[in-house]
Design a protein around this ligand. Structure first.
Ligand code: ADP
Ligand code: ZN
Ligand code: ZN
Length: 741
């Protein structure tokens, strides 16, 4: 006997529970996850439509209380069916409950629809509106004139809609009259509050592609025309014009009546990027961002489903836009860690996009100047189609990079955060009235301990990751739990200049202001971008040359195009090398390459100064040469040697609990359970060890690392572990998360 889990009416967002139904014998071979079924529901056994979310040969309910499915619709390949299959795949691949995976894929309609506040805004230029008003006042349109006058007299040329209706007697007909004449319009408060308005973005003609772009486009078209449908990875150097390539491919799809999803990391969803897509495709485009409420997100998905928009641009979650005729999914800056969900299910947008495209016969294009090792190794294996853009637009040269050794600076008596070279170059650019970006690499900074004289970093003897400093001077490895005391002098050179690295953007700003009192400085970090619109304000202020120097964290390196920047200074390039994470060399290379790539995008050639304590490290060297291939070879060799992904798959089991004792005990047994199965599935068990951040909001956190030969064996092991945990009362208060790398 087969039982089906059925969710009733998925579009209402009531996903909190599924119901168990018996599958009649004649349907056993035909039923599948994602199919639409008709079932008797409720006390009156009303016929309702439902969706199958799972199948099983057992049920938790009493046999006689279970009703039978009335009919199965095997014909309809609906959008919902595909998304349901996608949810099932996510659950299977990454580990989560049914509800968690459904909630990931289907946005939930707000229970109570919050009434949207509306505003009347001026559309015509004020001069035209004044003339229009004069005409109205001469004629008989008193209510109309009153409304327009009030709008024109207001400070920001807008008016609350409710006020206009109640106090000024503006009827819907009056509003329609103004709208038809292009004088006024009504907008939601939300879009009014956005730092820029989509409607104001002027349409742009497509730019003629350059030779490299044309070659890339025709390679991609022929890949698809040949009927092969591998995901395409565009490896294009910074400034090579990937966006123009994307837009040409999008146009291809629109011409064929298909729809397109464009994923862009949230941090890059700025006016600059949005303008390019909206300028090209106008009202066919909709933008998703995290500032939208769940209700608004839902509304946009409804528009997509109705076919009123054809291009959805947004961060990770835009991947689930319910287009009915999806043709293409583009993932820009494919290497970004933001494409991985930090919540259960910890899905990766890249893998999930590839799977969705397979389900719906769509294409996938990934793009990056610094592809992830995962994507590039797949391309190397022929699983993805690699397409390269090796030159900048109009043959502009790549920046010239100088590496300065900060240990040498210290030896020569320079204790400042600026090397002499960087200071000289800055002086030069300020004199020439060119712009400078200073990037403080603080990513992954987690209290590692290093020597300022020789650059030595204290590492775990077992894991080749840096140890993290904890309270009381203890150093801890987060991969195996190894602990030791923090040394007083450097074990390499005996210097006492050994400590955790401390420097923030604020300190950097103070130093720069002292060195260059005449320079105009902008600072961008989590402090200065806390208020709404401030991020956009800093970017546009720098773009219009209201400042000479922009100081910031990784926020400033993400895909921005400032043509007047001719110098990029990278302070402490190696800070992120020492994060206790096997991807730290990759992240460092990516950040440095992207940062260097901000220089010289305009007419004038750019250069970069890269300050470091480890000038010979391959991440630094290859980033300085902008040599991705060389980096890839070195890094892949390291991953293979250490059995890290993508050379070998890794499953991290994250666990948290209020009681440290219960957590330790639970994880001890979880590790033991996995060890018992390790021989059968060829798996290595490492840990448990405290997490990088070992306690959050009074919840203790530990992790267990499972390394395997292939993904399939790790998935099976995970399922065994899930079952073991489900029946074992010792885990009741422990919250588990699975992270497949
Ligand atoms: P990437 O994303 O690859 O770093 P962009 O797409 O931002 O590069 O392009 C870099 C710059 O070159 C942008 O200012 C863009 O407008 C310009 N550009 C790219 N392709 C063309 C083209 N075919 N014609 C004119 N300008 C272009
Ligand atoms: Zn030392
Ligand atoms: Zn270790």
């Amino acid at each position: 006997m087969i039982y089906a889990d059925v969710v009733i009416d998925i579009t209402s967002g009531e996903l909190d529970r599924s119901f168990s139904y018996r599958v009649p014998d004649e349907w056993e071979d035909k039923i599948g996850v994602g199919m639409t079924v008709t079932v008797p529901f409720g006390a009156g056994n009303r016929q309702r439509k439902g969706y199958v979310t799972g199948l099983s040969d057992k049920t938790a309910y009493e046999e006689q209380r279970i009703k039978s499915i009335l009919s199965v619709d095997t014909s309809a390949e609906t959008t919902e069916a595909n998304l349901l299959k996608l949810a099932a795949w996510i659950r299977e691949t990454y580990g989560s409950t049914v509800i968690q995976s459904l909630r990931t894929v289907f946005p939930v309609r707000e229970k109570m629809k919050i009434r949207e506040k509306k505003r009347i805004v001026l559309k015509a230029d004020p001069g035209t509106a004044e003339l229009f008003l004069e005409d109205l006042e001469k004629g008989r349109g008193k209510a109309r004139a009153r409304l327009l006058r009030t709008v024109l007299e207001s400070e920001d040329k807008t008016l609350d809609c409710a006020y206009a209706t109640k106090e000024l007697g503006a009827s819907p007909a009056v509003l329609r009259f103004f709208k038809e004449n292009g004088i006024l319009d009504v907008e939601s408060e939300e879009s009014y509050r956005m730092p820029f308005r989509i409607e104001d973005i002027p349409r742009e003609e497509p730019k003629p592609l350059n030779r490299g772009q044309m070659a890339a486009v025709s390679e991609i078209r022929s890949e698809w025309n040949e009927g092969r449908n591998r995901p395409v990875l565009i490896h294009g150097v910074t400034g090579s014009g990937k966006t123009e390539v994307y837009m040409t491919l999008i146009q291809d799809m629109l011409d064929r009546g298909k729809q397109v999803i464009v994923l862009i990391p949230e941090i890059s969803l700025t006016y600059q990027t949005v303008r390019r897509f909206v300028g090209r495709f106008g009202s066919k485009v909709s933008i998703l961002n995290s500032r939208l409420s769940r209700g608004e997100r839902y509304d946009r998905f409804v528009l997509a489903k109705k076919g009123e928009i054809s291009v959805m641009v947004g961060p990770r979650s835009a991947l689930f836009t319910p287009f009915t005729n999806l043709g293409l999914i583009i993932i820009d800056e494919e290497h970004e860690s933001a494409y991985k969900s930090e919540q259960t299910p910890r899905y990766h947008a890249r893998e999930t996009a590839v799977h969705r495209a397979e389900l719906e016969g769509a294409h996938v294009v990934l793009g990056s100047a610094t592809p992830s090792l995962e994507a590039y190794s797949r391309a190397a294996a022929g699983e993805y189609r690699l397409v390269s853009l090796t030159e900048r637009h109009e043959g502009r040269p790549m920046p010239e990079v100088v590496v300065t050794d900060m240990r040498e600076e210290l030896k020569k008596g320079n204790r400042s955060i600026l090397s002499r070279r960087l200071r000289d170059e800055m002086e030069d650019r300020l004199q020439k009235k060119e712009q400078i970006m200073l990037f403080l690499n603080r990513r992954g900074y987690a209290g590692f301990v290093s020597c300022r004289s020789c650059g030595h970093v204290i590492k775990c003897p077992h894991c080749d990751v840096s140890l993290s400093q904890h309270m009381g001077g203890r150093l801890v490895c987060h991969y195996c739990g190894y602990q030791t005391q923090s040394p007083k002098v450097c074990p390499e050179c005996g210097s006492s200049y050994i400590s955790g690295f401390k420097a923030g953007t604020q300190q950097v700003e103070q130093v720069i202001a002292k060195c260059f009192p005449q320079a105009r400085i902008l600072r961008m970090d989590s402090d200065t971008t806390r208020t709404k619109g401030s991020y956009e304000a800093i970017l546009s202020s720098f773009a219009s040359h209201e400042a000479d120097i922009l100081i910031g964290t990784q926020m400033i390196v993400k895909g921005h195009d400032f043509p007047a920047v001719t110098l990029v200074g990278i302070l402490a390039a190696d800070l992120s090398l020492n994060a206790s994470d096997f991807r730290s060399a990759e992240r460092t290379f990516q950040l440095l390459t992207q940062a260097v790539g901000r220089a010289g995008r305009g007419i004038r050639t750019g250069s970069a100064v890269l300050q470091t304590y480890s000038p010979s490290h391959y991440s630094i060297q290859t980033a300085a040469r902008q040599d991705y291939e060389a980096f890839y070879r070195e890094e892949m060799a390291y991953r293979s040697l250490m059995d890290y992904p993508p050379a070998a798959p890794l499953l991290v089991v994250h666990a948290s609990c209020r009681s440290e004792e219960k957590l330790s005990q639970g994880m001890y047994y979880a590790a033991k359970f996995c060890s018992k199965l390790s021989a059968a599935y060829q798996i290595r068990v490492i840990g448990p060890a405290p997490e990088q951040v070992s306690k959050v909001k009074d919840m203790y956190r530990q992790a267990l690392y499972l390394k395997g030969k292939d993904d399939a064996s790790l998935t099976i092991l995970r399922k065994h572990l899930e079952d073991y945990i489900a029946i074992n009362p010792g885990f009741r208060e422990i919250y588990m998360q699975y992270d497949h790398h």
